[in-house]
Design a protein around this ligand. Structure first.
Ligand code: HEM
Length: 188
């Protein structure tokens, strides 16, 4: 919190540069022209890789590092310039400033944890599902992960926590592949 008001501005710019809220966009070229010496024709599609531009070593010193010293911070996270520049950029930055102010003043400690069930951070959580019409209660899945799968008296499998962290992928994949009834599946 030391000097919060003076540091949060550059910090927000650096959060936005360093993280990747929008990775890329595509745009259609409206007239024949060239980009960096490469000819492009009207109707061509070009990719805008904001994620790459924001790690450009010719612009940022140690671009892979999160550094408050990246100030001024000419990131392209909200677009470059022009008519499509993000309309919500000021709102997004205000939200980030206030989020960190509240986080740092209201909470005594902050730790990494697991998202509550029902909330899926993209890429971090997968879902294991069982098709009860197919399940024969063979139990191979239980022998692979008895903390997750439990064969019930009625011969079907109960999944205790069907949202699993990415670190569980190998075990879950094994259960899916080995299920003789092909009753399990993983949903990313
Ligand atoms: C960190 C959060 C955000 C990021 C990284 C972001 C990023 C972007 C990017 C890269 C573009 C395209 C710019 C271009 O093509 O030049 C864009 C456009 C846009 N953004 Fe955001 N944005 C964010 C938050 C928001 C919010 C909170 C709103 C509205 C409440 C918003 C509304 C828009 C709109 C309406 C456009 C289209 C503008 C146009 O095409 O004329 N954005 N944003």
């Amino acid at each position: 919190m030391e000097d919060f008001e003076n540091r949060i501005g550059p910090a927000v710019e650096e959060f936005v540069r360093w993280s990747s809220p929008v990775l890329q966009f595509a745009r259609f070229v409206t007239e024949d022209t060239e980009i960096n010496g490469y000819p492009v024709g009207a109707g061509d599609r070009v990719g805008l890789f904001y994620c790459s531009a924001n790690r450009d070593e010719s612009v940022f010193d140690e671009p892979g590092q999160f550094k408050l010293q990246h100030s001024p911070n000419p990131h392209l996270r909200f677009g470059g310039s022009g008519p499509h520049f993000c309309l919500g950029n000021q709102l997004a930055k205000t939200e980030l400033r206030n989020l960190f102010r509240e986080l740092l003043t209201r909470l005594k400690t902050v730790e990494f944890g697991q998202a509550p069930s029902g909330v899926r951070p993209v890429g971090d959580i997968m879902r294991v599902e069982v098709d009860l019409d197919k399940c024969t209660g063979h139990g191979i899945c239980e022998s692979i992960a008895d903390d997750v799968f439990e064969v019930q008296d009625d011969g079907t499998v109960l999944i205790h926590e069907n949202e699993r962290p990415e670190t569980d992928r190998d075990r879950m994949q094994q259960a899916v592949t080995q299920c003789p009834a092909a009753a399990l599946r993983l949903v990313d």
